[in-house]
Write a protein of this length. Sequence first.
Length: 135
Amino acid sequence: MGSRLNPYVTFAGDARQAMEFYQEVFGGTLTVHTFGEYGKPDAPEADKVMHGMLESPSGFTLMGADTPPGTEHAPGNNFSVSLSGDDEAELRGYWEKLSAGGSVGVPLERQMWGDVFGMCTDRFGIPWMVNIAGT
């Protein structure tokens, strides 16, 4: 798989509709996973998007999700840059460099979906998400 860099957009409860719209625009394959699939299936936000990914025939990748419960949606600040893949050494190296001098919001560690994941903001104020699959 290697590593991939792409935008990750957070929506105010309409991620599914937005990602379906972008699929109409760019074509491709859309996968969507809900909060209910990875946690509390009876919670009010169970049908909201925890993670969506659109991969277009042109090679574009766009990821998106609804704002997580307990988090405020802030238009204009609702994006991150996502680094993902299965090369653990490469991605951990990027994590170390990006988080140095910045702040860590979610430590790089195993998550409920089985991957190693972390969130940080670099020293320039850019939010990053790093996901290492299959480790």
